[in-house]
Design a protein around this ligand. Structure first.
Ligand code: GLY
Length: 467
């Protein structure tokens, strides 16, 4: 089979890597791809951007592409799936309407309230004065969210009502996120640890993947500004198989049934960002695609053929596949360029990728490009180093051993990915899968998003700033 993969980040490199293992695969074209996908066997970069729908459709026709797979949210929200289907081409991902679950937080919130999916209460506003009147009636500081796509940075967590008012002003009046913030949600702030649950969906049914933990803040201990994600690990120790079944029943099933009933069946990956509150899991947000870097951590755990699963999603026959997952854990550490997330310093040479791979790690490239045989920094999140092992702790040790081999000037990464864990998380995934943990809630000593980092058994040295 010939595939066209749309996107150019670490997630797409991980997808290309996993798809290239399929026996049925002949070739993957990646549009636009990156310095890593350029070098993958059976893989070839194509000089087309994700928003060039007409050119992508022409390419798919010209090269007799059997399946197009879309990585990022923007083309999905903009209707790439509808455009390909109108051209009679097979594509993996939700339609424009279904992708509004991510494209419009207002739409997602209305859907959840309509279908009884647990989530925080929220009101949406386009007018600053109305939003202020609402804020004055609240007795707890809310979360302020831009309704549209804001590259993962549209959720603001003010500590005071005054800061909440400033946040609303920044979005509605200053247009900090442009059109993404013309509608603002003022949302009840939920408490508890967060977890990401992703599912393959075929319009009617879904199959959950191992739950993952995502690290969004820039610095260790969850400090610093929000980023698009600087690390992940899977499986999360915070959910038992019973809780995952409950999440499937109370969250994924009503969303799939609701969208199907409204004529927008959801086919693709649905990602639920959840908070484990005292009353049970509640949805913080939906994404309409694989997470980045969650994909880098989850996909290496998939033993089965990913291509078969994606094809079953597009055909509406998910009941015919049973994905097998390795009884292992994976930790993914993102290395970012200097200045990220505000700016990024590009054009700097990257050393040591092959050495990191020789340690057994997978390096998924993102903000990189090849020039004259050299690998250069070309974006904010530069690459992700992933390792698998029997436990999260062991996988983290291996991932950081890989990270230490990679050098580029100004490299930044967190040193606590897969390490800032509750004590119970050090259990092997086999034990977790057997459901040894009886609590239905996270241990009480969990404070905030994650507990205080455990001291690493071996102190970790950040990479040298200059190669
Ligand atoms: N890692 C969060 C996201 O992909 O949106």
């Amino acid at each position: 089979m010939k595939l066209l993969l749309v996107g150019g980040g670490g997630r797409e490199h991980a997808l290309a890597h996993k798809l290239s293992q399929s026996a049925a695969l002949e070739r993957i074209y990646v549009a636009p791809g990156n310095g890593g996908t350029a070098n993958l066997p059976k893989c070839e970069n194509v000089g087309l951007e994700a928003e060039q729908f007409e050119e992508l459709i022409a390419f798919a026709r010209q090269h007799a592409i059997d399946l197009t797979v879309v990585g990022p949210e923007t083309p999905l929200v903009d209707g790439i799936v509808d455009a390909f289907q109108a051209a009679d081409l097979r594509i993996f991902g939700p339609s424009r309407r279904a992708a509004q679950l991510e494209g419009s937080k207002e739409f997602a919130k209305e859907c959840m309230l309509r279908w009884g999916v647990p989530t925080g209460r929220a009101e949406s506003f386009t007018d600053f004065d109305e939003a202020m009147r609402h804020l004055r009636m609240l007795d707890r500081v809310p979360v302020i969210k831009a309704s549209g796509l804001a590259a993962g940075r549209g959720t603001l967590l003010p500590n005071t009502m005054e800061a909440a008012a400033v946040a609303v002003h920044e979005l509605l009046v200053d247009r900090r996120f442009g059109d993404a913030g013309t509608t603002v949600l003022v949302e009840q702030r939920l408490r508890g640890p967060e977890v990401s649950v992703l599912a393959f969906c075929d319009g009617q049914r879904c199959l959950l993947m191992p739950a993952a933990q995502d690290y969004k803040r820039l610095n260790d201990g969850d400090r610093g500004p929000n980023t698009a994600g600087l690390g992940a690990f899977a499986p999360s120790p915070l959910l038992t198989p019973e809780q995952l079944a409950e999440i499937q029943h109370k969250i994924f099933a009503p969303v799939l049934a609701g969208l199907a009933a409204e004529g927008a069946p959801y086919r693709g990956v649905l990602y639920a960002g959840l908070m484990l509150t005292e009353k049970g899991p509640a949805v913080l947000e939906f994404n309409c695609r694989f997470g980045d870097p969650e994909a880098q951590a989850i996909l290496p755990l998939l033993e089965s053929d990913l291509l078969e699963v994606l094809l079953a999603c597009t055909a509406g026959t998910l009941e015919t596949v049973t994905p097998r997952w390795r009884a292992a854990a994976a930790v993914s550490v993102v290395m970012a360029s200097e200045g990220y997330p505000e700016t990024c310093r590009t054009g700097i040479e990257i050393f040591g990728v092959a050495a990191a791979e020789q340690t057994g790690c997978t390096v998924d490239q993102a903000g990189t490009r090849q020039k004259g045989g050299r690998l250069l920094v070309a974006g904010g999140r530069v690459l992700t180093v992933t390792a698998t092992a029997r436990s999260v702790e062991q996988a983290a040790r291996r991932a950081y051993a890989g990270v230490e081999k990679i050098r580029f000037a100004g490299a930044h990464y967190r040193t606590d990915i897969g390490r800032a864990l509750p004590a119970r998380a050090s259990r092997t995934p086999e034990r977790a899968a057997r459901g040894k943990r009886s609590e239905t809630r996270p241990p009480p000593r969990l404070a905030g998003k994650y507990p205080a980092p455990r001291k690493p058994t071996r102190p970790h040295r950040p990479a040298q700033e200059t190669p």
